[in-house]
Design a protein around this ligand. Structure first.
Ligand SMILES: Cc1cc2nc3c(=O)[nH]c(=O)nc-3n(C[C@H](O)[C@H](O)[C@H](O)COP(=O)(O)O)c2cc1C
Length: 227
């Protein structure tokens, strides 16, 4: 019996060390754990603000899982209490959802993932590299095809309009701006480039995400800078 346990332990160890994907992204019950986001860095807010600019060309280098974790956290990560986040939300009603279209991230298979905000994990929505098909949603498909990661932020308006009525629509648009700017400053602080894209085919992106109640609002391709 002991021998069997030792053999099992050895095989599990080898599987983890030899398979880089298993070693980096661990999946439990369909959820993929993300590394914890850093809460400090050597880049000041002023530096990130002054360096941020729209970048529309990227190298073909992959991002790390840690980069992806940090970018998702900057958009909507939990900061304090059970639900308070990196971006403010009218009435703390949190209408936003965040997706990562992953083309090239070390240790994470390509595909479309939904960010599980409360758990800081990912759930796969679509298998395989979807950049080619998703790029049809935008005016400049090259940007999406090049970017190793594209974040898509959508909103469920009724979470906010149920309390604030028509005015809630305005609040949701303010909130997507907050989240988008967070991502752009975070990308800059990580030495990455990105651009916020508002011109896209709404129906196409809605179908792509596969959620009837969500309205896609912002698309942010992110990648390494061309030097
Ligand atoms: C709401 C919004 C929507 C935008 N949509 C697009 C877009 O569809 N395509 C694009 O290439 N840039 C888009 N941009 C980026 C702007 O073109 C860019 O911010 C502007 O030219 C100023 O340049 P800077 O970001 O480098 O300061 C958008 C920016 C914002 C704020």
């Amino acid at each position: 019996m002991r021998r069997i346990i030792w053999l099992w332990l050895l095989l599990s160890f080898l599987a983890l060390t030899l398979d880089p994907i298993a070693a980096l992204s661990k999946e439990t019950k369909g959820r993929i754990a993300l590394p914890a986001a850093s809460k400090e860095s050597d880049v000041s807010l002023e530096e990130a603000l002054s360096k941020r600019q729209s970048i529309r060309s990227f190298t073909d280098e992959p991002l790390t899982l840690k980069d992806l974790s940090q970018l998702l956290w900057s958009a909507q990560g939990i900061t304090h209490g059970r639900e308070f986040r990196t971006a403010p939300s009218a009435g703390a009603l949190y209408p936003l959802e965040v997706y990562a279209l992953v083309g090239r991230v070390d240790g994470l298979p390509s595909g479309l993932y939904r960010y599980d905000i409360g758990k800081h994990t990912l759930t796969k929505v679509k298998e395989e590299d979807q950049r080619g098909s998703f790029s049809e949603a935008v005016y400049q498909p090259r940007i999406i095809k090049q970017a190793p990661v594209t974040l898509i932020i959508s909103a469920v308006y009724k979470r906010t309009t149920a309390k604030y009525g028509e005015r809630g629509i305005r609040y949701v648009h303010m909130e997507v701006g907050h989240a988008g700017q967070n991502v752009m400053l975070q990308a800059t602080a990580l030495g990455l480039g990105c651009v916020g894209i508002g011109a896209f085919n709404d129906d196409f992106v809605k179908d792509f995400l596969g959620s009837k109640e969500e309205a896609p609002l912002y698309i942010i391709p992110i990648g390494k800078l061309v030097r």
